[in-house]
Ligand binder design. Structure first.
Ligand SMILES: Cc1cc2nc3c(=O)[nH]c(=O)nc-3n(C[C@H](O)[C@H](O)[C@H](O)COP(=O)(O)OP(=O)(O)OC[C@H]3O[C@@H](n4cnc5c(N)ncnc54)[C@H](O)[C@@H]3O)c2cc1C
Length: 380
């Protein structure tokens, strides 16, 4: 492998503590959480005590104020361990940064410290039953009423939806203004009229709670508007590169881990009096996958560096997401094949990874949408 240069010694020390934490506090319970459809809330507060949630939040709001590489390490460790029920990435890399970047001072004071401790779990609700890729087609509205807004509508497929204490809701404040009529609201769980649907049953990510959310005449004060009215779409476009980077980091960490586990497996497994590792097909498959994963790792690390330097744009993010998630799905599929029937058994990490990976090509913008972004840029 080409040596990684993106991290320094202190990052690797941090990695060690995240890995140990996951091994002791998450891995032994994850199978049960898959049955429960969500992780134990206590995992969040324990992680908060260790400084693993939103490490980039400034010290004045309770964080440690470090750069995104610390978030990336948490993502890598979750990705490599296959503990896919843990929705910290959605919280730390995707939702909380909206408050950091666009929140008022009062909102930052009120919410960020608890986001760091894990007392507040966040979600972001963009997708609706009739609008996913085409976000401008959302129907949820927030209508001004004096100093308040009244929110009506519904959302679906919302990660952390059951556990969430605070949800960023994307709503239309001016349905006639297209993208300029979209705004973001901070909605607290328990607000009258705001309800959560059942935990959705999914192909993979079994321990991650994913929900529908409903808003019926939900009254929120104008203090719950996040940033400026009408700027919601622009904020989302600005923040999507970090979301796509998060997904890419999970993808390559998972691919590397599954490849490593498969190499160990084929060296042990026998067929026709020799190990599966001795077959030329096995060697060629592994060689191809390893070559592609190594190349993607170098590309992704460079993306991470560019992100730290604030030079990672939406086209690069689309390329990273497309490349890494397609590759992740290819790796887990080929590795499952090399496991034979055992690869199809839930107890094997490769089986879980196969189920869990599939959605990576769908959420955070489908890979077809990534191609649209890249194609548009090429032909502009
Ligand atoms: C497990 C899970 C977790 C999720 N978490 C969240 C969350 O936390 N918050 C949130 O807001 N959303 C979340 N989502 C929603 C996710 O972002 C959407 O599913 C995704 O954006 C696709 O939207 P859609 O499902 O409506 O598909 P559609 O938009 O209906 O797409 C259907 C198909 O058409 C293709 N397509 C659409 N438009 C075009 C086009 N112009 N050109 C070519 N092909 C096109 C798509 O690529 C896809 O193949 C989650 C989804 C899942 C499954």
């Amino acid at each position: 492998m080409i040596p990684r240069t993106v991290y320094e010694e202190e990052h690797e020390l941090f990695r060690g503590s995240v890995r140990k934490f996951l091994e002791t506090e998450a891995a032994p319970y994850h199978a049960q959480w898959e049955k429960d459809g969500q992780v134990d809330r206590a995992l969040w507060t324990k992680a908060g005590e260790q400084g693993f949630l939103s490490p980039s939040v400034a010290e004045e709001y309770g964080g440690v104020g470090v750069d995104f590489r610390y978030n990336a390490i948490v993502d890598e460790e979750c990705g490599r361990s296959g503990l896919t029920g843990i929705g910290w990435g959605l919280h730390s890399d995707i939702a909380v940064p909206y408050i950091e970047r666009y929140g008022s001072e009062a909102q930052k004071q009120k919410y960020l410290p608890k986001c760091v401790t894990g007392e507040i779990i966040m979600a972001i609700a963009m997708t609706e039953p009739a609008a996913g890729s085409d976000l401008q087609g959302i129907k949820t509205t927030a209508v001004k009423d004096g100093d308040d807004y009244i929110i009506n509508g519904s959302k679906t497929f919302i990660t952390n939806g059951q556990l969430a204490d605070l949800v960023i809701v994307v709503a239309k404040t001016d349905p006639s203004a297209g993208a300029k009529g979209i705004s973001l609201f901070l909605l607290e769980a328990g607000t009258p009229g705001f309800s959560k649907g059942t935990n959705l049953e999914k192909v993979g990510l079994k321990a991650q709670d994913t929900s529908e959310l409903f808003f019926q005449d939900v009254r929120v004060s104008k203090d719950q508007l996040l940033g400026e009215e009408g700027m919601g779409f622009i904020y989302m476009m600005q923040d999507l590169p970090q979301e796509r980077l998060n997904v890419s980091i999970l993808a390559i960490a998972c691919a590397e881990a599954i490849l490593e586990q498969t190499i160990a497996y084929v060296k042990e497994r026998n067929a026709f009096g020799k190990t599966v590792a001795t077959f030329q097909n096995t060697q060629f498959k592994l060689a191809e996958l390893e070559t592609q994963v190594s190349a993607a790792r170098v590309f992704l690390d460079r993306c991470l560096e560019l992100h730290i330097e604030h030079k990672f744009d939406s086209v690069m993010a689309a390329k990273a997401k497309l490349l890494t998630t397609d590759l992740q799905c290819k790796v887990v599929d080929e590795c499952l094949q090399l496991h034979g029937g055992y690869g199809f058994m839930w107890e094997y990490p490769v089986a879980r990874a196969f189920a869990d990976s599939r959605v990576q090509r769908i959420y955070a913008g489908t890979n077809e949408v990534m191609k649209l972004i890249i194609g548009r840029d090429l032909l502009k």
